[in-house]
Ligand binder design. Structure first.
Ligand SMILES: NC(=O)c1ccc[n+]([C@@H]2O[C@H](COP(=O)([O-])OP(=O)(O)OC[C@H]3O[C@@H](n4cnc5c(N)ncnc54)[C@H](OP(=O)(O)O)[C@@H]3O)[C@@H](O)[C@H]2O)c1
Length: 329
């Protein structure tokens, strides 16, 4: 079995000669994923999970009060959701949840081999993988977006210099240029584009945000947000607090399922960049998926935190209420 490679960056960044070639997940080799935290390395005691193994259980376990929805078998959906950043902490959970809901997903990965490691051998009808780096406009061929109905973008890199900046994968390149390139390439026919951003982006010159922003991460995320807002695409922006729970790996099987969520299952949603706190990656992933369905979240920016108490689970009505009652700016 391969060794875990946390905080390493073992994958070369050279471009594929066929960047927009669709790759069958069934044909992909098993590779080692690598992960890193962006703002903080604290992960509240959750060491990892197999997304591959969690497909059925993750959201149920995350909301172990077990809402009726957590037992639901979802009917096949007509959506095709493109996930960018699917090998990351939030992205993995987004894809796992989409698969669990029988929603077709398409992934744009710099290293498509990660798809098999993370999500197993999936039917191409359910999961398609394209190779691409958002920093390279040439990688964002229109064929990638054919048939796509919704987009969830959860790309990111570390706020401070790290191995994950290798090959100039800095906040400026990923959170600004990459997001700009992606948005520029998206077709206007999309029903929704959800972008994961960060709390504090409007206050990057103020303490303590200015410290996090020393290398520009908040400033560049805000530029990415602004570009999306002005793009004319139907968008929702989810600004996460400091992320907890994960990133996950395929090597710490089932830890997650035993440890998930603790007392902090409740969700706080705000508007106007006033929230300060932390949020579970599970909650961010669920918020992204729920927002796709809730019409009034179009054109809105929300901040999200996890707090103590019982959570909404995957219950659409509870999420609708949370978004609806988010204090206005
Ligand atoms: N960490 C925090 O406390 C915090 C707080 C607020 C907001 N956020 C934001 O929340 C989002 C999710 O965070 P996370 O920690 O779950 O993410 P993550 O684990 O850091 O994953 C980042 C993802 O972005 C992909 N990516 C990076 N550069 C790319 C590029 N040039 N082209 C295409 N894909 C690229 C990575 O792919 P590879 O596998 O190829 O590297 C990976 O899938 C990010 O936007 C993050 O900045 C984080």
């Amino acid at each position: 079995m391969a060794a875990k490679l946390s905080f390493a960056f073992p994958f070369p960044l050279e471009r594929s000669s066929k960047p927009f070639q669709r790759i069958s997940v069934l044909a992909l080799p098993q590779l080692n994923p690598c992960y890193g935290f962006c703002f903080s390395k604290r992960n509240s005691g959750f060491r990892g999970l197999s997304v591959n193994a969690l497909k059925e259980e993750v959201i149920q376990s995350a909301n172990s009060e077990t809402t009726p929805h957590s037992q639901t078998t979802f009917p096949t959906s007509s959506k095709l959701v493109l996930v960018i950043g699917a090998s990351g902490g939030v992205g993995q959970l987004v894809v796992a949840s989409l698969l669990n809901r029988n929603i077709k997903s398409r992934l744009l990965l710099r290293d498509p081999g990660k798809a098999t490691t993370l999500f197993g051998n999936q039917d191409e009808e359910k999961l398609q993988v394209f190779k691409g780096d958002t920093r390279n406009p040439a990688d964002l061929d229109p064929s990638i977006f054919e048939g796509v109905t919704h987009v969830i973008c959860c790309t990111g890199t570390t706020a401070f210099p790290s191995k994950r900046w290798k090959g100039d994968n800095t906040p400026e390149r990923v959170d600004w240029e990459g997001v700009r390139n992606l948005i520029s390439a998206l077709p206007s026919s999309l029903k929704r584009v959800v972008l994961v951003s960060s709390v504090g982006v409007t206050k990057f010159n103020e303490l303590p945000w200015s410290i996090i922003n020393l290398f520009g991460v908040l400033k560049y995320k805000k530029k990415g947000e602004d570009f999306l807002c002005k793009s004319g695409l139907p968008f929702t922006i989810i600004r996460a607090g400091r992320l907890t729970d994960g990133p996950y790996t395929s090597y710490d099987l089932n830890t997650f399922l035993k440890a998930t969520a603790g007392q902090r299952r409740a969700v706080l949603i705000g508007q106007g960049d006033k929230l300060v706190g932390e949020v579970s990656r599970l909650v961010v992933a669920e918020a992204c998926i729920q927002a796709l369905e809730i019409e009034f979240t179009e054109g809105k920016i929300y901040e999200i935190n996890s707090v103590e108490g019982e959570g909404p689970g995957t219950d659409p009505e509870k999420w609708q209420e949370l978004f609806k009652t988010a204090p206005a700016q």
